[in-house]
Design a protein around this ligand. Structure first.
Ligand code: C2E
Ligand code: MG
Ligand code: MG
Length: 729
């Protein structure tokens, strides 16, 4: 801002005496003063010096003050410069002419020069204020433009009184074209327009403020979102009725950001499926609907072995697989509904990702819910068909759990967790089950076992027992199978059949498996040192251990540590585990076998693998599951199957072993049928290390097997020599 000292005042007057007085007074007040003797010269000086204020005598011979004023005003740089006219006070015509030609003010000529100075000061201050106003208005407009806000002043009848340029810009119109609020309403969707009109009326008549969002098109046809806020105010300054001040803001970008945030909040980014939050909220909406709990069912679908699929083919594959399964579920249920003549929008199920390997399905509507069991079964059968995902052929296995709102829970979270519990329950069979109280108790026990199991290893609660496996021909002790025991401080002894699957699912099996391997090998070394030799040790492997690429290294570390040859160790794996584990796991087994470690196929007869598949499996021994052996005495069909398996094993050069031999009769029949080895309570129950040493010291199974052999008819003695068994090394 300029100071008084820097301001330049141009005085134009042809009368030197009055000029002299004025000049002296102004210079005295600190102004720089220029003097022109006439109108023409005044214009020249203006051109040359751009003074801050002009003082013009009305009467000058060459060019009158009016003419000078008019010509200065005609210039772009002269429009806002203060111009003070010197007139005679009684000359009314001159005063009015002064205003006509654009002068800022007038004063009486030759009056006290101090008065002139005050007038000039006043005009300059006024001009400064005006400048500031113009600047701040420009700034405000700029800020509004950046914030995309505009304001609009309307009469209560909706006529436009004042409008900021941005309001016009928002609609691609010059603001002048927005003659009334009706122009704005005409651009809204009919329903929005009607409601907004009513809101405006209420604001005009009763002063009720309103704010609304409008989705509309701008002049280029792009979708925009405008936020409107309106209030009634008294008209400023002059008289007249109140005005309605409307502010309009373009919130398209904000809205888009909000939409994106909302999408992210409700989407599982990896699969692009709705997420658990979305699922839970959808359930709450269904529950609060008119039919509510009566017609709401939540199904959890667990895709089994997803972690192994991810380990083998990567995260992307796992996500794509889940997305494909979700699509199959939607298709299957929609088709199911269509073929059952359920014609209702509600049949399109909501399918969301509710956990790493779990999808949730929300079924609504009476007709479909009534058939939920059949719908689930049919959906599962579609899901488990082979598919090609990211170029990889895969057969998904899924199990489902069903929770029915009216029975099982009244809020979304309970329904989801009940369905999850039921899905876990049916995980082993690949089918579906309904949630029940009993399941919840089981699931609680499962949870507490899982957390306790973490501490079991370090707190020394785990132990191994050993069950002998004996060769029928020659009665030799072939090996002992290491079996885990857990002495839980409160629950007592917990069966491995219960805690091994928990360890497997929670990945605790890694630590536990390594512990078993090391402990079993160390024990064998101890026995050998005590003079008990000629037999090996067998260790059970879980699917996760088999899938671990470090398995061969861990096995060799245990052997080296115990100073045992590889031939002393046998690994037991189940057929489902080896079939599911894929090529990499098979290569690991081949590698282990090549180093001398033996591999036995455990629980044979409980899985689904065909005999043809068994032929390709890298194993040295087939262990027939005790469920097959238990039926032997009573079921002739079972005898046929078992005999065929023994024959096949011989053809393949694989040893056969019967598990769960529980009585003398079964033992005799197995000898008849040409079984190589036996294991079971009748031979010997699992024993701790010391008890096993005593058992061996007392002759082991000798007397028992000798009796069985004696009871066996002469012609049924095995016709071929027994195959080589482990432990002899
Ligand atoms: P498995 O490997 O098939 O072990 C044989 C199971 O049958 C053992 O049960 C054994 O005590 C039992 N058994 C043996 N003879 C008879 C009999 O004549 N009658 C009856 N009713 N049962 C008999 P256990 O010790 O409860 O182990 C159950 C399963 O837990 C094992 O089946 C195995 O799959 C698993 N398991 C045990 N220890 C381990 C381990 O260290 N690691 C892994 N991954 N799994 C283990
Ligand atoms: Mg076993
Ligand atoms: Mg077994």
């Amino acid at each position: 801002m300029t100071t008084v000292k820097e301001k330049t005042i141009l005085i134009a007057d042809d009368d030197p005496s009055s000029t002299l007085l004025a000049e002296a007074a102004l210079a005295d007040a600190g102004f720089r003063v220029l003097v022109a003797n006439g109108g023409e010269e005044a214009l020249r000086q203006f051109e040359a010096h751009r003074p801050d204020c002009l003082v013009l005598d009305v009467m000058m011979p060459d060019l009158s003050g009016f003419d000078v004023c008019r010509r200065v005003r005609a210039r772009p740089d002269g429009r806002r410069v203060p111009i003070l006219m010197l007139t005679n006070l009684s000359d009314h015509a001159s005063i009015s002419e002064s205003y006509n030609v654009g002068a800022s003010d007038f004063t009486q000529k030759d009056k006290h020069p101090r008065l002139l100075v005050e007038r000039v000061r006043f005009l300059l201050r006024d001009r400064d204020l005006e400048d500031e106003l113009v600047t701040s208005q420009a700034r405000l407009e700029q800020a509004q433009r950046i914030a995309r806000v505009g304001h609009w002043e309307l009469g209560v009848d909706g006529t436009s009184l004042a409008v900021s340029p941005l309001v016009g810009e928002l609609f691609g119109l010059t603001s002048g074209k927005l003659a009334s609020y009706a122009d704005f309403l005409a651009r809204l969707a009919p329903e929005d327009a009607a409601e907004t009109r009513a809101a405006f009326r209420a604001c005009a008549e009763a002063g009720i403020e309103y704010s609304r969002d409008h989705r509309m098109e701008d002049c280029s046809g792009s979708a925009v979102v405008l936020h409107q806020q309106a209030q009634r105010l008294p008209r400023s300054g002059e008289s007249g009725g109140p005005v309605i001040l409307v502010t309009l803001q373009d919130i398209t970008r904000l809205q888009r950001a909000e939409d994106t945030a909302r999408t992210l909040m409700y989407t599982d980014v990896a699969t692009r499926l709705p997420n658990r939050r979305y699922f839970a909220e959808s359930i709450e909406v269904a529950l609060s609907g008119p039919e509510g709990g009566e017609h709401t069912v939540v199904i959890a679908v667990r895709v089994q072995n997803l972690d192994r699929a991810v380990a083998a083919h990567g995260e992307g594959f796992g996500n794509a697989l889940l997305a494909s399964v979700a699509k199959r579920i939607v298709d299957a249920i929609t088709i199911f509904a269509a073929t059952r003549f359920v014609r209702d929008d509600a049949v399109i199920p909501t399918v969301a990702r509710i956990a790493g390997d779990e999808l949730g399905i929300l079924l609504k509507g009476g007709p479909l819910v009534a058939q939920m069991a059949t719908a689930t079964a049919s959906m599962l059968s579609v899901v488990s068909r082979p598919l090609v995902c990211l170029g990889i052929e895969y057969v998904p296995v899924a199990s489902a759990g069903i929770a029915v709102a009216a029975h099982d829970g009244t809020d979304a979270d309970s329904l989801i967790s009940y369905a999850h519990i039921a899905a876990n329950q049916s995980a082993d069979v690949g089918g579906y089950s309904f949630y029940s109280e009993q399941l919840q108790t089981l699931s609680r026990r499962r949870l507490s076992l899982e957390s306790d199991l973490r501490l079991a290893v370090e707190r020394d609660q785990l132990d191994l027992v050993f069950q002998p496996r004996v060769m029928l021909a020659g009665h030799r002790l072939v090996s002992v199978e290491a079996l885990l025991r857990w002495q839980h401080p409160e629950l007592g002894s917990v069966s491995p059949a219960e805690f091994i699957p928990i360890a497997e699912q929670s990945a605790l099996i890694g630590d536990i498996g390594r512990w078993v391997l090391a402990r079993a090998c160390e024990q064998l070394t101890r026995w050998r040192a005590a003079g008990l030799s000629g037999f090996g040790v067998a260790v059970n492997l879980s699917p996760r251990q088999l899938a671990d690429k470090d398995l061969p290294r861990a096995v060799h570390a245990a052997l080296v540590h115990a100073r045992l040859p590889a031939q002393a160790l046998e690994l037991e794996i189940t057929e489902t585990c080896v079939v599911a584990a894929g090529e990499d796991a098979r290569r690991r087994l081949d590698e282990l076998r090549a180093s001398g470690v033996q591999v036995a196929l455990d629980d044979f007869g409980t899985g689904y693998s065909s005999l043809g598949q068994i032929r390709r499996l890298p194993v040295d021994c087939l262990k027939l599951d005790r469920s097959l052996i238990a039926d032997l005495r009573l079921d002739r069909g079972a005898q046929g199957i078992v005999a065929a398996v023994f024959a096949m094993a011989r053809t393949l050069g694989v040893r056969s072993c019967a598990e769960g031999v529980g009585d003398a009769e079964t033992l005799r029949m197995l000898t008849d049928l040409g079984c190589d080895e036996v294991q079971g309570y009748y031979v010997c129950k699992p024993l701790d290390a010391a008890a096993l040493a005593t058992w061996i010291g007392r002759g082991g199974a000798d007397s028992l097997l000798a009796a069985a052999a004696a009871a066996t008819s002469e012609d049924s003695v095995p016709t071929t020599e027994p195959l080589t068994a482990p432990g002899t090394a």
